[in-house]
Ligand binder design. Structure first.
Ligand SMILES: Cc1cc2nc3c(=O)[nH]c(=O)nc-3n(C[C@H](O)[C@H](O)[C@H](O)COP(=O)(O)OP(=O)(O)OC[C@H]3O[C@@H](n4cnc5c(N)ncnc54)[C@H](O)[C@@H]3O)c2cc1C
Length: 455
């Protein structure tokens, strides 16, 4: 790349989603220079671009709250500003609580970040090259708004959710095309009649997820609906749209007469040949995003037409928003120094280097169903070692972390990844202050540095 501007940062973050922004916010508040390189125009990742909702994972199965100071403070502020309904009991009894956050919450975070002069935000970026020597990253070349940059940093963080660094560096990763979870395009529907849906839940419980609690739905005035199984059986197996789904899934939005519908579904294996995904060309991810968007958009209109026609509560409804980007639940994740396993999350293992706490059940969206399994009552620890490999100054956070497919399906939830971002910020602060590489860190320092506990 020619004619580039040099950015000199302490930490360079790739991706401004759930985990990346909490890491960035922590570090800039401590005075470190953070450059954040984001592919889209917005910060916020899945919450902002994919309409992912409701945020979940703040309580263990036995209802202990996972506390981490920065994330907790943010949640309180959202609640106070009416961007959040706070933590409410999960009416599906799938997990213990859910935390409905307005999809505009990320704008509050964006405004906080942009107040800092030591925060350098590069939206609409395309990464061109990552330079490294002896397993140490030196610099990142990218283009943002048509201008070329070279970002130099002491530490680099891949928070892209798709392990973008693996396109530029020889990084080992997990990727299993046959078992990769579905992608979805989430949409919002307004003018929905709450009472008519509640009537269906009460009159035909066999049509809904067996743990649904209609009384809780009524008392909280919050719809969590996973069902209309017979209707789904009739209409949600549509080969021409590559759609196969056994249920309609939707949740009250925070303005109550709207719902967020998470029912579209597309599998990578139906879309693309393995060679195309596995090659080292970043255009393969662009191809996936573009092609899947086209198909899933058709699914959105189709699914809403079925809902309007066959569910009384949707008779006068209309689509009020469609996510800007397809939500990719699972893609590549790193093979790190430790891989979190099925056993760890069932046994409820905590580690000397725990930096976040997982709480969500095993939740795998495959074929036309969902595999679910409860995890340990007390939750489990996510160790720092899942976030590093042989690169001395490269960290993997968010969906990039090292986990088998069962553990991945649990720890990928928003709460665990926000908290992971915050605490990784603390660890990097320690590394920067003491001029050490993250991979050389003594775990006793992690225990002292990290601030996450159950209460
Ligand atoms: C369809 C779907 C439904 C879900 N449902 C729920 C739910 O109900 N509740 C819940 O709590 N969680 C849910 N999740 C999980 C959760 O939202 C995600 O796992 C979580 O947001 C991942 O956080 P992250 O930090 O890894 O990445 P993300 O939040 O995905 O952010 C990654 C960021 O990196 C950017 N990026 C990507 N490539 C590049 C690149 N080349 N260069 C620069 N930037 C790049 C992206 O644009 C994005 O901003 C769902 C996820 C999906 C996809």
């Amino acid at each position: 790349m020619k004619n580039y501007e040099i950015i000199d940062a302490d930490v360079v973050v790739l991706g401004g989603g759930t985990s990346g922004i909490f890491l960035a916010l922590y570090l800039v508040s401590k005075g470190f220079r953070v450059a954040l390189v984001e592919k889209t125009q917005k910060l916020g990742g899945a919450l902002a671009n994919n309409l992912v909702y409701p945020t979940a994972g703040f309580h263990t199965p036995n209802f202990k709250y996972v506390y981490s100071p920065l994330v907790d403070e943010f949640l309180r502020e959202l609640e106070q500003k009416k961007f959040s309904l706070g933590h409410i009991k999960d009416p599906l009894n799938f997990s213990s609580t859910i935390t409905p956050l307005s999809t505009t919450s990320y704008k509050l975070l964006t405004s906080k970040l942009l107040e800092y002069n030591n925060f350098y935000f590069f939206p609409l970026s395309t990464i061109k090259q990552i330079k490294s020597k002896d397993y140490k990253i030196d610099s990142l070349f990218f283009n943002s708004y048509g201008k070329n940059y070279k970002a130099k940093g002491k530490i680099f963080v891949d928070a892209s959710g798709i392990l973008i660094s693996s396109y530029f560096l020889p990084i080992e990763y997990y990727f299993d095309l046959e078992n990769t979870q579905a992608m979805s395009l989430i949409f919002k529907v307004s003018n929905v009649d709450f009472n008519l849906i509640l009537r269906d839940l009460k009159n035909n419980p066999q049509e809904f997820y067996h743990k649904t609690d209609p009384e809780l739905i009524k008392s909280q005035k919050f719809l969590s609906v996973s069902g209309y199984f017979s209707l789904a059986k009739r209409y949600l197996n549509n080969q021409s749209l590559l759609l196969s789904r056994d249920r309609f899934l939707f949740f009250s939005y925070i303005d109550k007469n709207s719902v967020i519908v998470n029912t579209t579904r597309l599998f990578l294996k139906d879309l693309i040949k393995p060679e195309k995904i596995l090659n080292q060309d970043t255009s393969s991810i662009e191809y996936i995003e573009k092609t899947s968007y086209k198909i899933l958009l058709k699914q959105v209109f189709y699914i809403h037409s079925i809902m309007r026609e066959h569910i009384d509560g949707f008779k006068n409804s209309y689509i009020s928003e469609i996510a800007d980007y397809v939500g990719i639940r699972q893609y590549r994740n790193v093979k790190g120094n430790y891989t979190l396993t099925f056993e760890d999350i069932i046994k409820g293992n905590f580690f000397e280097d725990t930096i976040s706490i997982g709480t969500w059940p095993i939740d795998i969206h495959i074929s036309n169903s969902i595999i679910e399994k409860r995890i340990n009552e007390n939750g489990y620890g996510i160790p720092f070692r899942c976030c590093i490999n042989n690169y001395k100054n490269l960290i993997f956070i968010g969906k990039n972390i090292s986990a088998d497919r069962y553990a991945f399906s649990s720890c990928r939830i928003q709460a665990s990844l926000m908290i992971l971002g915050e605490n990784m910020g603390r660890i990097l602060e320690f590394c920067l202050e003491n001029k050490i590489n993250p991979t050389d860190l003594d775990y006793k320092h992690i225990k002292k540095t990290v601030k996450v506990h159950l209460k």
